[in-house]
Design a binder for this molecule. Sequence first.
Ligand code: ARG
Length: 602
Amino acid sequence: LAFATRSKSVATMAASQEFTGNLIREVEKLFDASLKLTVPDGTSVDTEVAASLPGKPGDYQCNNAMGLWSVIKGKGTQFRGPPAVGQAISKNLPASEMVETCSVAGPGFVNLVLSSKWMAKSIEKMLIDGIDTWAPTLPVKRAVVDFSSPNIAKEMHVGHLRSTIIGDTLARMLEYSKVEVLRRNHVGDWGTQFGMLIEYLFEKFPDTESVTETAIGDLQTFYKQSKLKFDLDDDFKEKAQKAVVRLQGGDPIYRKAWAKICEISRTEFAKVYQRLKVELEEKGESFYNPYIANVIGELDSKGLIEESEGARVIFLEGFNIPLMVVKSDGGFNYASTDLTALWYRLNEEKAEWIVYVTDVGQQQHFNMFFKAARKAGWLPDSDKTYPRVDHVGFGLVLGDDGKRFRTRSSDVVRLVDLLDEAKTRSKTALIERGKDKEWTPEELDQTAEAVGYGAVKYADLKNNRLTNYTFNFDQMLSDKGNTAVYLLYAHARICSIIRKSGKNIDELKKTEKLALDHPEERALGLHLLRFAETVEEACSNLLPNVLCHYLYDLSERYTSFYSIHQVIGSPEEASRLLLCEATAVVMRKCFHLLGITPVYKI
Ligand code: ARG
């Protein structure tokens, strides 16, 4: 784990261990203390603890014995081989109510079995105090997540949709982990294309003040028309070029026209964000414009910038092209803006972790300007030390034909239409199951929305983000397999069992005990207790699929439990209802972190 900030100062271990939420970290603490006693003074070791594979003895294992042996053998140690080192690690483990047994297997694997009593108690406590008490703690206070970031007047495409979905989830996971997240929409709202857009606007709508969204219609078409004119008409081209200068010089009429165009795009983007319930704050490229000259000046004074073919560039080791920061016409570009935004985020916003979510196609751009920032001394040399930057890249969205995803005849996929189709399809499926007769129209609509949008999000998030994925409505809206629909239904089914029991679950939490006596109950309980360490892993590696995987596993373990053990009417009813409730609580938190709205009935 990248966040391993292991405390080596565990002198005495309290007999009663309060669960902080992160199970593997708790186990590591125990082994840390044991290794301190086992290892001769002056030997430094990194505690190696891992969750045991299914079917293996133990819940967690410590793998230090072999490595430690190779360090100490022949140096007058009292041990006679790795198994003996393992025995000592096991024997020196501090007494803890967490531990049922600790034993050594094979060449020195130390297997730890957690106490089922302690596990049950920890879950009971979470039910009473809330799942936020399980939130991981990350070593940063403030982070920027730069995501979505479409371009004004251009198509907001499926790549931006992926960025929006992945970025929102990462922000949610960081927020849950008590990090203050600045959710930034780095909109492409600056650049030479605005000259032609503004001139075209003036031509088509001389009364610019009162021009409305509906008058312009589709901004993308507007963009294409103005581009056509720009390419064909030399007079227009000259006007457009002058317009850029006037805009950048701050001419109020040009600024106003620019603002209008941005406003129209913004309304379009908002429709997507509204549907997905994604919140983010726009700080577009234009925001950083006033700071660029100074930042480039700073880089220059550090001797980083050189002249190359009329442009100003930074040469970087390991790259065969330099990073251009001032174009030959003196203008700034994508890289100068990104360097400036990074400077701003580090110095003005005091962010310690800055995460950029775009397609992998932009990887080189990010690697280059990150490197330039390290050269300038803004960032530490090691990329895992804070302040830290990460490019969260993702693959393409493909159609069924295996090519870049497009809809029907038009060459662009309107994201709003795409999302609306997901909702419509999910509504149709609900109506086919007769839900329109059971539910109020609002209930039907809300469920259709939760399932439809949830399906789109989950289909994106469940894969490792770096791989391409195929967009297929039938697959994502199927109620079988690893889909949002299946998971939402699994959750609703648990809720309905609790409802059907007729018991007041809040009362049960206070008065009843949870027992994890049967293997399926225990396996489910253990998985619940691994929630926080999973979120921490997903956060530190910036991989939402890790959480999706956990959620799917959780529903499988629940199924294994429920298909064997009767809940309602059994002697263990109260305990099992508590286990159902804990599963539902953790599932809901997963949904929340994935930006999916849970449903309670199906
Ligand atoms: N507007 C860019 C695009 O559509 C994405 C911007 C990503 N953020 C950044 N700081 N470069 O490709």
